[in-house]
Write a protein that binds this ligand. Structure first.
Ligand SMILES: [Zn+2]
Length: 308
């Protein structure tokens, strides 16, 4: 089974979002500070941080003011922007590494002028924070949130000092105060060289495939650098990877915190295939495959000593 729409593309408003991000980073006088100072951005967006949300208290205080759907979905909420009270709340369930991105996602809903006029509340859960989400407002808030977290092209510029690889992205994630997942995504999407990231999850079920029961890897989404998108425009992504797929062995052998790698060929239908190196890593929830050209793309000036 294959489909074309797995590659995440920037929203149509990307150029405007870039302007908004640069304006806010300038107004907050971020300068060369890393990670991006959350409180300064919140203040510049004319918001306050309401702290960790007490869902029961919040629900009580909103009786009659919010919809039943929102009230019943509050348990799943990871971040919330109350537009009228100009306040951001974060769920106590949010992992510490997710908090900066969550905050910048909520800030984004406030500073995107065509969004803030529309709703009184923005409530975010795993679905709205998923990079492959198709809802335009959420895709925009995720894109702008990333730009604030990674300070537009600052991550891209710092990545130029190193060879292309998963270990570099994991190291840069710590510098930017980002989760490994969000940093890998932004690292690949903005990289100067030809590369692509596939994000997969091992299925929690077995199904019959070619006469035997198998647990496949499901492809959640893919992110491409500009050069990869030019080179492989029209590449059709697999939706599931079974044991007869060339990448299955590498995926299945990946464990712990190490980065594994192997050589493969990829190509468009009816065209010659291209040699690539694929790096594989897992955070034990998702599996990440970094596909890159076989030849060393460039020699970075710095070396990552601790790879992962
Ligand atoms: Zn949102």
């Amino acid at each position: 089974m294959r489909r074309k729409g797995l590659a995440v593309r920037p929203p149509d408003s990307e150029a405007e979002l870039e302007k908004i991000a640069r304006g806010l980073l300038r107004a907050a006088d971020v300068g060369d500070r890393l990670p991006t100072p959350q409180e300064d951005l919140i203040r510049c967006a004319e918001l306050v941080h309401g702290g960790v949300i007490d869902l029961e208290e919040y629900r009580e205080s909103r009786v009659g003011k919010i919809s039943k759907a929102l009230a019943s979905g509050l348990e799943k909420v990871m971040g919330l922007l109350d537009v009228r009270e100009k306040t951001i709340y974060i769920s106590p369930k949010a992992h510490q590494k997710q908090v900066p991105f969550l905050i910048f996602h909520e800030v984004s809903h406030k500073v995107i002028p065509w969004q803030v006029e529309v709703y009184d509340y923005f409530e975010d859960n795993f679905e709205t924070l998923d990079p492959s989400i198709k809802k335009v407002f959420e895709h925009e808030a995720n894109t702008l949130g990333s730009k604030l977290l990674f300070q537009c092209d600052r991550l891209k510029k710092q990545a130029r000092d190193y060879q292309l690889g998963i270990g570099v992205a994991l190291r840069l994630a710590d510098d930017f105060g980002a989760s490994y997942h969000s940093c890998l995504r932004h690292y690949v999407a903005t990289h100067d060289h030809m590369c692509c990231l596939m994000v997969l999850r091992k299925a929690c079920y077995a199904e019959e495939y070619r006469g035997q029961l198998e647990v496949p890897f499901e492809v959640c989404y893919a992110v491409q650098s500009e050069k990869f998108a030019q080179e492989f425009d029209g590449y059709i992504w697999p939706v599931k990877i079974y044991s007869d797929h060339p990448l299955y062995g590498l995926l299945d052998a990946t464990f712990g915190s190490e980065v594994f790698q192997d050589n493969f060929k990829i190509g468009k239908e009816n065209e010659d295939s291209v040699d690539v190196v694929v790096e594989s890593w897992t955070n034990s929830f998702n599996h990440f495959l970094l596909i890159k050209g076989r030849r060393k793309p460039f020699s970075g000036r710095k070396k990552v000593v601790v790879a992962a």
